[in-house]
Design a protein around this ligand. Structure first.
Ligand SMILES: Nc1ncnc2c1ncn2[C@@H]1O[C@H](COP(=O)(O)OP(=O)(O)OP(=O)(O)O)[C@@H](O)[C@H]1O
Ligand SMILES: [Mg+2]
Length: 380
């Protein structure tokens, strides 16, 4: 930006112009004042002392240095000049008319500039006070938020642990009954017990996820890193997901080289990540679609991907899907089950491995979730 007085290029933190010495804050204040007084064309002004004090006439009147009639006469003369296209400052006009001497005019201008300076300093002080107050308010809000987050994490953790014990009893006794150890069971009852068992398993998985999530967000994750065979891990995931895929009419495929080297990762956690991605793939893919678990090796890195031919994700909502307890369809009539916890935990597990998730998706066509891990030979 250039100086409004001399046009010299200003450094961004300048308070005065290094070339002509004009006080930039004062020029800005006066330009604003002139603007508010109805002179939109007032800026940029020539920052001579007199021009800096646009209401010098009124000020001199207040100070008893001129009479109202003298001011009126000077303003008349100024106007007649202006009709002829000549610009005359009021102070200059008063001096030319002999109504004040140059010295009195300069003294009045100086006094007004000093008063303006004082007002500017006071405005700066008020502003600093307000900034300090707002900063303190924001700090208090942040502390409160951190406290609330802590309460939430504790609540999730406590409730989940408390749910675990009664669920263990339910599962234990249902198993005893189902096995016929508490008396014979009819075929109808066996069917009903099967439903109860599957529901209890689902509940157990959810509780485990909640505990894992609250522990990971509070303390971070501790990994048990070792050499992992991805094809073997993939087979276990497929076995676990087969039922769900069959019911949904979705085909599961594997697309990875047979001679893939071992990975360096936590096998339990990595298996869980792939399972979650496949679970989502199946859930968000219509009947007749496909979910592929694949891998590619590139030097010492292996890219693992899970690709589906499902409903896809709008590009502007990809960030959202990693938020805990968040589903893209959050409506009460939503079609897909789940708690919205899967991908947030996936993200935590990957970041503990030093990896990052990439998502490519096209609405109506499908999505690919991928991440890279080092081969065992290249482990840090
Ligand atoms: N493959 C996918 N295709 C389309 N949308 C997806 C896919 N994966 C995730 N999403 C969107 O991201 C949201 C969050 O996924 P996330 O796995 O975290 O939760 P969820 O599957 O709804 O529940 P949970 O995993 O806890 O059972 C999903 O509800 C869905 O809206
Ligand atoms: Mg999920």
């Amino acid at each position: 930006m250039g100086c409004p007085q001399c046009g010299h290029l200003l450094p961004s933190d300048a308070r005065t112009c290094p070339n002509c010495g004009v006080d930039l804050a004062l020029v800005a204040l006066l330009a604003e004042r002139a603007y508010l007084d109805g002179f939109p064309g007032a800026a940029p002004v020539s920052a001579t002392p007199e021009a800096l004090v646009p209401r010098i006439g009124e000020y001199m009147l207040e100070q008893g240095l001129i009479s109202p009639e003298q001011l009126e006469a000077a303003l008349d003369r100024q106007r007649s000049f202006s009709v002829r296209g000549e610009h005359r400052l009021l102070g200059q006009t008063l001096v030319e008319m002999g109504l004040v001497d140059r010295e009195t005019l300069d003294r009045a201008i100086n006094r007004q500039i000093i008063e303006l300076h004082a007002a500017l300093q006071e405005a700066n002080r008020t502003l600093e006070r307000r900034v300090a107050e707002r900063t303190a308010e924001l700090r208090r809000a942040l502390e409160r938020l951190t406290e609330l987050n802590q309460i939430k994490a504790n609540l999730i953790s406590n409730v989940s642990h408390e749910l675990r014990t009664p669920l263990a009893h339910i599962k234990g006794y249902v198993e005893l009954v189902a096995e016929g150890q508490l008396g014979s069971v009819t075929a109808e009852q066996e069917k009903a017990l099967g439903v109860v068992q599957r529901a209890a398993d689902r509940l157990e998985r959810l509780i485990e996820d909640l505990i894992e999530f609250s522990t990971a967000s509070r303390e971070g994750l501790t990994l048990k890193l070792q050499d992992v065979s991805l094809p073997a891990l993939t087979m276990r995931v497929i076995k676990r997901s087969r039922d769900k895929a069959d019911k949904a009419g979705v085909t599961l495929r594997v697309d990875m080289p047979e001679d893939l080297p071992y990975l360096h990762a936590d096998p339990e956690r990595l298996g869980w990540v792939i399972f979650q991605l496949v679970d989502n793939g199946i859930k968000f893919t219509p009947d007749g679609g496909q979910v592929t678990i694949g891998a590619r090796q590139e030097d010492q890195l292996i890219t693992i991907f899970v690709k589906d031919t499902g409903i896809g994700i709008p590009p502007e909502r990809i960030e959202e899907i990693f938020e805990p307890f968040h589903q893209l369809d959050g409506s009460p009539t939503r079609r897909y089950g789940g708690t919205g916890l899967g991908l947030s935990l996936v993200k935590l597990i990957l970041s503990a491995h030093g990896a990052e998730m990439h998502v490519e998706s096209e609405q109506g066509k499908g999505s690919t979730f991928s991440f890279c891990l080092p081969t065992a030979a290249n482990a840090p």
